[in-house]
Ligand binder design. Structure first.
Ligand SMILES: *[C@@H]1O[C@H](CO)[C@@H](O)[C@H](O)[C@H]1NC(C)=O
Ligand SMILES: *[C@@H]1O[C@H](CO)[C@@H](O)[C@H](O)[C@H]1NC(C)=O
Length: 435
């Protein structure tokens, strides 16, 4: 018989052990499914913690500023905070696993060379990693037997979701909270996504789905035809019979499209899990009932950013997106970076990038509208001189928003600070404050 203290209890009681009476905890046996989920979650936390530790050790202030951040500390502060969370999650999960009478798996090694080539690639990878983390905890909820452990795991899930939002904002192209629902993933699906970062064997007793990666190098948005690579798809396969399946949070089932004409539909914003199947039957959106019999590979996780927000631009200098767009070294990551290009037409450097985006999605008529409207909003918020505050005052390109650019606090009149008056007018009239 082992105690199953909740994670919260493990963390929070430690400082009070001396003075407080012991908390009353019910004793029970922990199921093998519970141990598996916790072990699996811990390895994922180890992966995340290692990733952020290596990223913070490798990149210097100048790497962050050349990636487009107006201050390196804006990014470093957030990445450090996330790294501490992941490392704490791992320690506490391992303590819990030991309290179950089991041993944590600490033999898995990781290799992030492909993701740590530059800050933009690292940040885009982090965004995918957090989406996988959210999906893993959500999918794990289905498998846990003990509601107390479910509660504890959920207390980690909510924090992973906050990381996701911060990384969406830091991406500059993303929507802070892109959708009303997230995507749950099964352990085999998580392993398909995490597998490329394992350095050597990492046996968690769960089979991994075959990995799937996007091979698009240009911009990806509505109308873009996606191409893939996977060890499970070779020239001997008749891909005309395969389907790509796009799964978004909250949908009843995936959107099936012919593999050889897998075009991103309009109306998507944020993370998409993409599977390849050998028939066109949609995949149901729950990890318990999702059929795997026709699965060929995947999922791959992509971000389709069609609704960039002002908040992301605040952390960036005006010309940053061009830098981002050129660093799409990992196929899985390219959608996030690519849409950064789409979203930032208007500044001088982004105009050429925008041309690239148009060329690569030329088959699309759908892509024109969202790209145009988002660039209209953002072009007015880009400063004339990169790295300086935007002093532009006036209507944006399509006249839908009135931009009130930066002004110094000291130059304000006695009535109200510019920040206050901008916020007030934004609320009243729909205008927004530039930076
Ligand atoms: C793809 O081709 C390989 C090698 O011929 C084969 O083993 C595999 O079953 C094929 N996959 C599908 C889904 O037909
Ligand atoms: C804001 O203050 C700085 C430093 O005092 C000054 O150089 C700049 O011209 C001011 N900008 C505006 C818009 O007043």
């Amino acid at each position: 018989m082992h105690f199953a203290p909740s994670l919260v209890a493990l963390v929070s009681t430690l400082p009070y052990l001396v003075s407080a009476a012991p908390a009353r905890i019910y004793g029970r046996t922990v199921s093998s499914a519970d141990i598996l989920v916790y072990t699996f979650a811990d390895v994922l936390e180890q992966l995340e913690a290692t990733f952020y530790t290596q990223a913070l050790a490798k990149f210097q202030d100048t790497d962050f500023t050349s990636a487009g951040f107006s201050s390196s500390q804006i990014a470093i502060e957030q990445f450090t905070s996330i790294q501490i969370d992941e490392s704490t999650h791992s320690s506490v999960l391992q303590a819990a696993i030991k309290s179950f009478g089991a041993s944590p798996v600490t033999s898995c090694k990781f290799n992030f060379d492909s993701a740590l080539t530059d800050v933009a690639t690292m940040a885009a990878t982090a965004r995918v990693v957090e989406a996988v983390g959210v999906g893993a905890y959500l999918g794990g909820a289905t498998l846990l037997d003990d509601p107390v452990l479910l509660d504890s795991a959920a207390s980690i899930l909510t924090v992973e979701a906050r990381h996701q939002t911060i990384l969406n904002v830091l991406s500059s192209s993303g929507t802070a909270i892109p959708a009303a629902f997230d995507i749950a993933l099964s352990p085999s699906e998580v392993l398909a996504l995490a597998g490329p970062f394992f350095d050597g064997p990492c046996d968690l007793g769960v089979p991994a789905n075959p990995a799937l990666s996007l091979t698009n190098t240009g911009s990806v948005g509505p109308g873009t035809q996606l191409s893939f690579s996977s060890p499970a798809i070779t020239s001997s396969n008749d891909t005309s019979k395969f389907f790509c399946q796009m799964l978004i949070g909250g949908a009843f089932a995936s959107i099936p499209l012919p593999f050889d004409n897998c075009v991103v539909p309009s109306g998507i914003n944020g993370p998409v899990a993409i599977f390849v199947t050998s028939d066109g039957q949609p995949l149901v959106n729950n990890v318990r009932d999702r059929a795997t019999t026709q699965l060929v590979a995947g999922p791959a996780m992509a971000f389709i950013d069609t609704q960039p927000q002002m908040l992301g631009q605040l952390a960036r200098v005006g010309s940053a997106s061009g830098t981002d767009g050129t660093s799409t070294s990992t196929a899985t990551i390219s959608p996030a970076q690519a849409s950064a290009i789409v979203s930032s037409a208007g500044s001088t450097t982004a105009e050429s990038a925008s041309a690239t985006a148009t060329a690569s999605s030329s088959s699309s008529t759908d892509s024109a509208a969202p790209a145009a409207s988002s660039s209209a909003v953002l072009s007015a918020s880009a400063p004339e001189v990169p790295g300086t505050p935007n002093t532009f005052v006036g209507p944006n390109a399509d006249g839908s928003i009135n931009v009130q650019g930066w002004s110094n606090l000291s130059s304000s009149s006695s009535s109200a600070s510019p920040a206050t008056s901008s916020a007030a007018s934004a609320a009243d009239t729909g205008s927004v404050s530039g930076y």
